[in-house]
Design a protein around this ligand. Structure first.
Ligand code: ASP
Length: 471
């Protein structure tokens, strides 16, 4: 029965693409039937399916980390698994950003195709803006440059989308403030608040403390360990039930996203999309090589075992929503020990985002390639700036929440680090949802390969069993 589920997901995904294309080609967004169709597609895909997955994320993270930590034999073992996992995350995220930077610097999407017309359009827009400023203030934009640039920040924000206000909300903070607000405070959150708000960092930190305390107490705390271990199995069972509706949900999510972000948005951003997607594909190739060489697992077997999680990540654009499916695929299809999968994957889904890191570097360099040298973008792509982009892209990916569009919001960190005004970010909003599908599925692949290789070093490799047979 289950093998058919994999196939069904992909058949329904393809159907979703076809229906989405038909809707975007022939549908009139102002027509009542069109609006109703999108409403129902979003209802089944986002509200029901993603809602159900989100419902189990917080208890899953808590139970799986406590179960994982308490099933690791000693503190020494926990430390070893932790360091290996961390080493893998840092290594692969760095490789991902490197691949992205090589792609964007070699392909130069900002100097090709539609990007040139974007540059020309912006140049004439800036001429208008200068005139507007001079008329409004009676000052010369050239003489009062600082004042003009401040005025521009406010002016460019007018009429922007809600996404832009989320981006702007992250601006104007020092690195220390970001560290305190985005890392320290969430880590130390009240666990009940963290659970209710789905604050992954807070849940992870509390779960690690709880697990370590239970393990260090031994016999008196054993019932608590058993409770969380049983709870974890129960949540995996619920995930199995939810997967029954996944093909239809994936169909709804795909149709809606393709219909609302129709192919025409790619006209001017085609090269950019190609660069991000190409980088992701190469990075997945690197991950599969690591899986084969270090994890000693046949990449085809890995792909077969993880495909449900890949498809759900692609359609939902959320590593967090995919988390239950990733854990399930690793344990049930790929034979990864629950101890390693439970411990590493929730942490990976929260902090290890290879696709997001790659994307952030490419996006900022792409924008500098197009708009560099204009009145308000006095940056050149010198080695120093590239290095800053490299480092901040890694950090921004760690800080990104595992939800749709999160990478776009944390890109502010990368953009501001090299003084690219954040009002340039909306220029790539149109294709962001589309690229989010690729980066999220890469993020999930990265977490899954990490679990495979850490597991490989924890236990002798089991005799190779075909994925289908192990299910
Ligand atoms: N959507 C991504 C994820 O959930 C994060 C991002 O926007 O890059 O992994």
């Amino acid at each position: 029965m289950r093998p058919r589920l994999h196939n069904l997901i992909f058949v329904f995904m393809a159907l979703g693409v076809v229906v989405g294309l038909l809707l975007s080609r022939f549908g009139d967004p102002t027509a009542g039937w069109y609006e109703t169709s999108i409403q129902w597609l979003d209802f089944f895909g986002k509200t029901v399916f993603v809602g159900l997955l989100k419902m189990i994320i917080a208890p899953l993270i808590l139970a799986s980390i406590v179960a994982g930590v308490t099933s690791i034999p000693s503190f020494k073992d926990a430390g070893r698994i932790g360091f290996r996992t961390l080493g893998y995350y840092i290594g692969t995220t760095t490789i991902a950003v490197g691949i992205g930077l090589v792609f964007v610097l070699v392909i130069q999407p900002g100097n090709r195709g539609g990007a040139e017309s974007m540059r020309a359009k912006r140049m004439s827009q800036l001429v208008e803006r200068r005139a507007e400023f001079e008329k409004e203030t009676g000052l010369s934009a050239k003489a009062a440059e600082a004042q003009y640039l401040n005025w521009l920040v406010v002016r460019e924000g007018e009429g922007q989308s809600g996404k832009y206000s989320r981006v702007v909300a992250k601006r104007d903070r020092t690195t220390f403030e970001m560290f305190v607000d985005d890392i320290v405070k969430p880590l130390l959150d009240n666990p009940f608040h963290a659970l209710s708000q789905r604050n992954s960092l807070g849940i992870i930190f509390f779960a690690l403390l709880l697990g370590l305390a239970i393990a260090s107490l031994g016999a008196p705390a054993r019932p608590v360990a058993e409770f969380f271990q049983a709870m974890n199995v129960v949540i995996l069972k619920i995930t199995g039930w939810l997967m029954a509706i996944s093909p239809f949900a994936v169909f709804c999510l795909m149709s809606s996203i393709i219909a609302t972000h129709g192919p025409e948005v790619f006209e001017s951003l085609g090269w950019y999309c190609g660069t991000v997607i190409g980088g992701n594909v190469v990075h997945v190739g690197v991950l599969l090589t690591i899986c084969a060489v270090v994890g000693r697992m046949n990449p085809l077997r890995f792909l077969r075992g993880i495909r449900e999680a890949w498809a759900v990540a692609f359609a939902t654009r959320s590593s967090a929503a995919t988390l239950p499916v990733t854990v399930r695929c690793l344990i049930q299809n790929l034979g990864v020990s629950p101890k390693v999968a439970n411990f590493t994957v929730p942490i990976g889904a929260t902090v290890n985002m290879d696709g997001t890191a790659l994307y952030e570097g490419v996006a900022v360099i792409f924008l500098i390639q197009i708009y560099g040298g204009m009145d308000d973008v006095g940056i050149s792509l010198a080695m120093g700036a590239i290095l800053i982009i490299f480092i901040t892209a890694v950090l921004a990916s760690v800080g990104a929440a595992a939800v749709p569009d999160a990478g776009l919001v944390t890109m502010v960190l990368v953009a501001t680090a090299v003084h690219l005004p954040v009002y340039y970010l909306p220029f790539i909003f149109a294709v962001d949802a589309f690229l989010d599908m690729f980066r999220t599925s890469t993020n999930v692949m990265g977490d899954a390969v990490g679990a495979v290789i850490v597991d490989r070093y924890e236990a002798p490799a089991p005799p190779s069993v075909p994925a289908e047979a192990s299910e």
